[in-house]
Ligand binder design. Structure first.
Ligand code: HEM
Length: 203
């Protein structure tokens, strides 16, 4: 999908801003792919009209705008930002996405599960060229991401969606999709600081 700068000026359909929903985990059928299930049309407004999550988020442009906000917020966290060493290199090494390409891949992933016609993986294009988005395990396993870092990533994303006014139920749905990628993304061999067992007998 061609990346348009116009997408950045789009607005999200704003629903009521409710307390942050609890994220519910779900099982992935494959370790390398999230459980991609279409959220399906819902009468979210209770007015008899059904909309898809895709429509409520403002379609591709609205999702891209939300992704841009999420990515910007993630990069404000120094721990998370440290994983994006390829993206701060100039030029970005071959085989790795620019932030723009990464954001468009993320947009197509979310759009494909929210009821849009987008597919994932797909090829995205920006001024740096084309990039073929990859599956979750291929991208993330070499990075050594811990469960705690993954939790932080999810909470930042959820907070940004709440700030944008996305409805609580929709944040839960998106959170479920993101949470479903955990096993593909987190490296089980990477422990979070402070989680090592305390050895009382050690001098
Ligand atoms: C919550 C679930 C997550 C989803 C759905 C997700 C999705 C994506 C997508 C779609 C891409 C771009 C496609 C590609 O590179 O082929 C990407 C790249 C990337 N993600 Fe994630 N991500 C998630 C969590 C994380 C976390 C927790 C981190 C680290 C803290 C992270 C770090 C990265 C990095 C560094 C890249 C670029 C990799 C490279 O340069 O090759 N992601 N992610």
């Amino acid at each position: 999908m061609r990346i348009s700068p116009l997408l950045k000026t789009a607005t999200v359909v704003v629903a009521s801003s409710l307390p942050l929903a609890v994220m519910i985990g779900c099982n992935s059928s494959s370790p390398s792919n999230p459980p991609l299930t279409d959220a399906g049309p819902t009468d979210a407004g209770g007015d008899g009209t059904t909309t898809t999550l895709y429509q409520r988020l403002g379609g591709h442009a609205g999702i891209r705008m939300a992704v841009d906000k999420i990515v910007a917020a993630e990069l404000m966290d120094t721990k998370i930002a440290s994983f994006f060493f390829n993206q701060v290199a100039s030029p970005v090494p071959a085989g790795h996405p620019t932030v723009d390409q990464l954001s468009e891949c993320f947009t197509d992933l979310l759009a494909s599960v929210a009821g849009g016609t987008e597919t994932y993986p797909t090829t995205v294009t920006d001024e740096a060229g084309t990039f073929m988005c990859r599956d979750m395990a291929t991208i993330h396993q070499p990075l050594g991401i811990s469960g705690g870092t993954f939790d932080t990533f999810i909470m930042i994303a959820a907070t940004e969606l709440q700030t944008l006014g996305v409805a609580s139920a929709d944040i839960t749905t998106i959170g479920t999709v993101l949470e479903g990628t955990r096993s593909a993304i987190v490296s089980s061999s990477v422990a979070d600081a402070g989680e090592q067992a305390y050895d009382a007998g050690h001098e």
